[in-house]
Design a protein around this ligand. Structure first.
Ligand SMILES: [Zn+2]
Length: 333
């Protein structure tokens, strides 16, 4: 119980840290949609396969112009009688830009919006789709997390109205889209989207490519195992990560190595008996990661590693313990 309480506290502190990094800036009013172009938003549209597109965000973090710059990637899957979109960014203007982009690619109507996990950079745009009557889907405790943890960063958290907790399949006319649950980045809300006929996978933030990941409310060990499972399950897929350029299975290994590097550092600190403050102060990022974006997340990642590995406060057992005290529908996760 003690461990569990500490885990929940460190989780809350970590989310508060992220909100502090970007929250106040993101709360500034969004520009009207007509002002916003893909170029201003820092997005490029890339065709991943026939009828499947990624809107790739190029920004560093935090962005210089948070109200108009997309932080994460968005996804579009076009079928013979409808469209599914993934992660409508962090405000309504950016979500509207995503929907306007769909209209330049197809006449088919948007039917589904998927939130790959609860973080506000992927979900803050939900109200735009809600107003247009699109069904929004998410996983596990996403409603609960959005309505509690996102309130400091999202002025109007609007959680999904359809919850998918196990493997699922949506049909867009003649095209199937599979949904599957994986773990590691955000306790119980990570959902991947797979288009089998063209072997395209959209991972949300289970994958960051050429960027340091946001690890503070993930689980460093569970995440590594799930990256292995993703590589095994989708060995040849073209991958749209949550942040970064179009990727493939080799990028799962690269992120896994980074998380393992954090784990090794944290075990060394434990052996040396270092305080968290001293451990962070004496650690310089390894050369191979110095040209990554999102460098501002490094010290937060060290702090996460210290809490989870050095102190052992956030292992898989404590997460299971946490869910055991949640309502029955969440215990099935
Ligand atoms: Zn993200």
């Amino acid at each position: 119980m003690k461990h569990l309480r500490r885990w929940v506290m460190s989780l809350s502190a970590a989310v508060a840290t992220l909100a502090t990094i970007v929250g106040l800036q993101l709360a500034t009013p969004a520009q009207t949609p007509t002002d916003l172009t893909l170029e201003v938003a820092g997005l490029t549209v890339e065709e991943l396969a026939d009828g499947v597109y990624g809107l790739i965000a190029s920004t560093d973090f935090p962005p210089a112009e948070p109200a108009t710059t997309a932080i994460c990637n968005g996804g579009i899957v076009i079928g013979s009688d409808g469209v599914l979109v993934v992660d409508p960014f962090h405000n309504e203007a950016l979500a509207t830009l995503l929907y306007e982009t769909v209209a330049t690619l197809t006449d088919q109507p948007i039917r589904y919006v998927i939130n790959s996990h609860y973080h506000f950079d992927h979900t803050g745009g939900n109200p735009a789709g809600d107003a247009l009557g699109y069904a929004t889907l998410g996983r596990g405790p996403i409603r609960d997390w959005m309505l509690t943890r996102n309130v400091d960063s999202d002025p109007n958290p609007t959680p999904p109205d359809v919850i998918v907790n196990g493997p699922g399949e949506l049909w867009l006319g003649d095209r199937a889209v599979q949904l599957a649950a994986f773990e590691g980045h955000t306790g119980g809300t990570d959902l991947v989207i797979y288009v089998p006929d063209v072997d395209v996978l959209m991972t949300g933030d289970l994958l960051f490519t050429q960027r340091l990941p946001y690890a503070a409310d993930g689980n460093l060990r569970v995440w590594q195992t799930n990256l292995e499972q993703l590589a095994e399950t989708y060995p040849t897929a073209i991958v749209l990560p949550g942040h970064g350029p179009i990727s493939d299975r080799a990028d799962f290994d690269v992120l896994k190595d980074y998380l393992a590097y954090l784990e090794t550092l944290a075990l060394d600190w434990k052996e040396q008996g270092l305080s968290e403050e001293d451990a962070i102060a004496q650690t310089i990022i390894a050369d191979e990661y110095t040209d990554y974006l999102f460098q501002g997340l490094f010290s937060s990642n060290l702090s996460t590693a210290y809490q989870q590995i050095t102190l052992g406060q956030d292992d898989a057992a404590s997460i299971q313990g946490y869910f055991a005290h949640q309502p029955p529908e969440l215990q099935a996760l």
